[in-house]
Design a protein around this ligand. Structure first.
Ligand SMILES: Nc1ncnc2c1ncn2[C@@H]1O[C@H](COP(=O)(O)OP(=O)(O)OP(=O)(O)O)[C@@H](O)[C@H]1O
Ligand SMILES: [Mg+2]
Length: 332
């Protein structure tokens, strides 16, 4: 059994494989996640994120490979694994017909907490997740952010030591997203290990101790946010012109990469105010007429392009839910 004083990895997996027919979804992935940390599995639609979560949380069996979750073997001891983890799936487990409190009581029942203890736990969680005022309302009347919080609260009823969060903030507005990040950080401060999946580089950057980039079933890069960012090309500024002559004189004055079809010039820039000001001064100095200017900061596309040589939109069913899109609306 486990020795209490040896720090034990929350997840130690090697060679995990999964295929559906002849479609290889996970092509042998290794994971090593220290307890008490936040790990992010970053990847586009169809990369295999949910499949990895399902395997590690015992919902489906891997075709190959081994994993130990909090010291328990996934294959030999799935019940012990199940007892120690919580899963908040990509699609909500909230029952819209039940109230927030009833949803939590249902989970308390499944965790065999007993009525009194269940009520207590539900009240605690409703308070902690800022849902106490809506506890008696049907969950179908909750906003998307409230639903996500309830979903996570339901996962926490059984006080798991490791939680899997499959795209916890997809579809949330920036404020709700920050609220969710705050909650996730508090969980980890309380000793829980978090395994999250995300399509958002920014989310992985803000939250995770370590990030693994999953692409078509393989981990193509792994490291801290800083380590990964060093591998991503910097941002750029995109200038659009009304006519080809302006484009050509801009290229002579500023350098950069020309896109003749779009009448656009791409100039490297770090997205900072100073470099933008310097560029504007040079544009003014050369008396160039610019029709439109947009600042492009590195996003998931850039990471993928840098790491894999292809963009995220080649995924299965590219969903338009990426971060950083606002600066280049209409480019897709
Ligand atoms: N039950 C299944 N039967 C057949 N194919 C499946 C099944 N589940 C997943 N797949 C396929 O496996 C691949 C990976 O799916 P998965 O759901 O793990 O991706 P994901 O990274 O979670 O994507 P998303 O960001 O869209 O949630 C996809 O090509 C998907 O179509
Ligand atoms: Mg998924």
């Amino acid at each position: 059994m486990t020795t209490p004083h040896t720090p034990q990895p929350a997840v130690a997996a090697t060679g995990l494989r999964e295929s559906y027919g002849d479609h290889v979804v996970l092509d042998g992935i290794d994971l090593d996640i220290p307890a008490g940390t936040i790990f992010a599995l970053l990847g586009p639609n169809g990369a295999g994120k949910t499949t990895a979560v399902k395997i590690l949380s015992t919902l489906i069996r891997a075709d190959g490979g081994q994993a130990r979750i909090l010291g328990r073997d996934l294959e030999q001891d799935p019940d012990a694994v199940r007892a120690a983890i919580g899963v908040t799936g990509q699609y909500s487990a909230v029952d819209g017909l039940l109230t927030g409190e009833e949803n939590l009581m249902l989970m308390a029942g499944l965790n065999r907490l007993g009525r009194r203890r269940g009520r207590q736990r539900a009240a605690e969680l409703l308070e902690r997740f800022d849902l106490a005022d809506s506890a008696g309302k049907p969950a179908s009347t909750y906003s998307g952010g409230m639903r996500r919080r309830l979903d996570l609260a339901m996962t926490l009823v059984g006080a798991p030591r490791l939680i899997f969060l499959d795209e916890p903030t997809t579809g949330l507005d920036p404020r709700s997203r920050r609220g969710m990040w705050e909650i996730i950080r508090e969980l980890v401060a309380g000793g829980v290990t978090v395994f999250l999946t995300t399509q958002y580089l920014e989310e992985a950057d803000r939250l995770a101790d370590r990030i693994a980039v999953l692409d078509r079933g393989s981990i193509v890069a792994e490291g801290t946010a800083d380590e990964l960012k060093r591998r991503i090309p910097g941002g750029h500024i995109r200038l659009r012109f009304a006519e080809a002559r302006a484009l050509h004189s801009a290229e002579r004055a500023l350098g950069g990469t020309r896109d003749d079809d779009a009448l656009a010039l791409q100039v490297p820039g770090d997205g900072g105010v100073d470099s933008l000001r310097a560029l504007l001064d040079r544009i003014d100095g050369a008396s160039i007429e610019v029709q439109e200017l947009s600042v492009h900061t590195p996003d998931l596309d850039d990471v993928f392009l840098a790491l894999t040589g292809h963009s995220t939109t080649t995924g299965d069913d590219a969903r338009d839910a990426r971060e950083g899109d606002d600066t280049k609306a209409g480019s897709r």
